[in-house]
Ligand binder design. Structure first.
Ligand code: SF4
Length: 137
């Protein structure tokens, strides 16, 4: 696939659930929840410092070969059922399962905005966001 990409200057769109594979083959990664993009970033940035809580939860489930790092890492288990994509929750679609949800998450849909260069996130309370940057919002 890489040879073909180079030869014909191709762009691939790969849809997958296995985040280890996604990391290996992707330059840019879009994370979707119930049909909406919640985070879009370069793969390196997304894997090193995910900002949307759903992405953070997904990353916490990726297998880590290093035993020490695996023990240090906190696994985030989402509670509740996945809502129906036919009738998603209002405002932030992730609010019924998000451990950071507050009232605004239930009433105002967070827009997908570029919080860092080439790193867009749809969340009122993103993770891994510098404190000084949050103060400017
Ligand atoms: S907007 Fe609120 S509910 Fe949605 S992901 Fe962010 S913190 Fe969680």
């Amino acid at each position: 696939m890489e040879d073909l990409q180079e030869e014909f200057d191709l762009t691939y769109v790969i849809i997958a659930h296995d985040l280890s594979v996604v990391r290996y083959v992707s330059d840019r990664v879009a994370v979707m929840y119930l049909g909406k993009i919640v985070e879009l970033a370069d793969a390196e940035a997304l894997y090193n410092a995910p900002m949307h809580p759903y992405t953070v939860a997904l990353m916490s489930a990726v297998p880590v070969p290093d035993t020490r790092r695996r023990q240090e890492r906190e696994r985030i288990l989402l509670t509740g059922d996945v809502p129906s994509p036919i009738a998603p929750p209002p405002a932030c679609r992730f609010h019924t399962r998000c451990w950071k949800a507050q009232e605004i998450c239930r009433t105002e849909e967070p827009p997908l905005v570029e919080l860092l260069p080439r790193h867009q996130v749809a969340c009122h309370f993103p993770e891994n966001y510098p404190d000084e940057a949050a103060d400017e919002c």
